[in-house]
Design a protein around this ligand. Structure first.
Ligand code: MG
Length: 298
């Protein structure tokens, strides 16, 4: 089913969007900031929504940072986001393991990824192994690794972007994944990770080596997977009909919102063009930027 997207250009349209939605779910990069630069008007719109008692939730696929680290980035831009407003793929993976897999809390988790994943799992009460353990930086040897024999209490491998990936980490993660009873969860499976003008390997590319070796496919939690949205809806107790997803990408953000039964607003401050957005027939609304909402509301 395709939409005829509506370009948001009037105060009446803004009022209607505000009337029809209680919860605004945001992608961050390309919507609120571009790397380390805030997008003009974005913070004003967030403050407007807060003054109108709207719930805001920030959704990010970056698993290397915990929710707490994200709130510090918002603080730099003059917005005091709370930890509860941030929903990263590391937290989504931890929530998925807790609420949907219902992995018992006396199980341990092997982390194939960075500290953001460990922090979120520990906060939900899971003991983590692997992750940023410095002993994993040693060259792998089956006879000297301190991670063998395997810990029988490990019930899941949670994998994400790992800028310290090496053979030792892959070798141990694989040993756990060879046991089909051990759950395999990915924070997200983005092939690439755009940073500082470069295209770098994303979480999916890091995870692929152990997925390939084990012959298993992880359950992915990040956008556009509905596991992420299900985790948010469950965690926050949301009414999907009163939620709108705001993002800058058609194939992740808009697909994520639309597949999940939310309204969708595409902003043109990221990678999509107005022509492409209209032709896609995907978003309900299109706006030049997030700042348009606060500008037109005044
Ligand atoms: Mg984005």
């Amino acid at each position: 089913m395709t939409n005829s997207p509506v370009k948001v250009t009037s105060k009446e349209q803004i009022k209607q969007i505000l009337d029809e939605h209680d919860t605004f779910i945001f992608d961050c990069d390309g919507v609120i900031w571009l790397g380390s630069h805030v997008i003009p008007g974005a913070i004003e719109t967030l403050k407007l929504l807060r003054s109108l008692n709207k719930q805001v939730i920030f959704v990010t696929n970056n698993s290397t940072k915990s929710r707490k680290t994200y709130t510090q980035k918002f603080a730099q831009f003059g917005y005091d986001a709370t930890k509860e407003e941030v929903f990263g793929s590391a937290y989504a993976a931890a929530t998925y393991l807790d609420k949907f897999v219902q992995l018992p809390k006396d199980s341990k988790v092997w982390v194939y990824g960075e500290s953001g994943i460990v922090e979120e799992l520990e906060e939900l009460g899971y003991e983590c192994l692997g992750g940023t353990d410095e002993r994993l930086n040693e060259k792998f040897s089956a006879s000297t690794t301190p991670f063998l024999p395997l810990d029988p209490k490990v019930g899941a491998v949670v994998a994400g972007l790992d800028t310290g990936m090496n053979y030792h980490r892959s070798a141990i993660a694989l040993q756990y994944l060879l046991n089909p009873d051990v759950h395999f969860i990915a924070t997200n499976i983005d092939s690439t990770f755009p940073q500082k003008g470069m295209i770098l390997p994303g979480a999916g590319s890091c995870i692929e080596s152990v997925a390939y070796a084990s012959g298993r496919t992880p359950t992915a939690c990040g956008k556009p997977s509905q596991n992420m949205l299900d985790a948010i809806v469950s965690d926050k107790g949301l009414d999907r009909k009163r939620c709108i997803m705001v993002g800058d990408r058609l194939n992740t953000d808009m697909k994520f919102g639309k597949d999940g039964g939310l309204s969708t607003l595409l902003v043109l401050t990221g990678i999509e063009t107005e022509k492409g957005a209209f032709e896609s027939g995907v978003p309900d609304y299109i706006a030049d930027s997030l700042g348009v909402i606060s500008e037109l509301y005044e």
